[in-house]
Design a protein around this ligand. Structure first.
Ligand SMILES: [Zn+2]
Length: 82
């Protein structure tokens, strides 16, 4: 992620992601392997990743969850920056 400053505001450029062939989740291109299902069997992927997600059919729920994830990532990165 590149963080740059324009006119006193901090802009964050998101890093490139890849969709995993095994679990279908996105992971950072620079990680080379999926961080979500790394070391898991196919059964574990379904149990731990797909079952909890299938409960959330409401798309608004998913968008809210993504904003939360992005927010946490930004907070963590800011924590490392200082
Ligand atoms: Zn995966």
């Amino acid at each position: 992620m590149r963080i740059f400053n324009i006119g006193g505001r901090t802009h964050v450029q998101p890093r490139e992601t890849m969709r995993c062939n095994r679990c279908g989740l996105e992971y950072l291109l620079e990680d080379t392997t999926c961080t979500h299902c790394k070391g898991m069997s196919n059964g574990e992927i379904i149990e731990k990743l797909h079952v909890p997600h299938s409960d959330q059919q409401d798309s608004n729920h998913k968008i809210g969850l993504w904003f939360l994830v992005i927010f946490i990532v930004i907070v963590v990165l800011m924590g490392f920056a200082f």
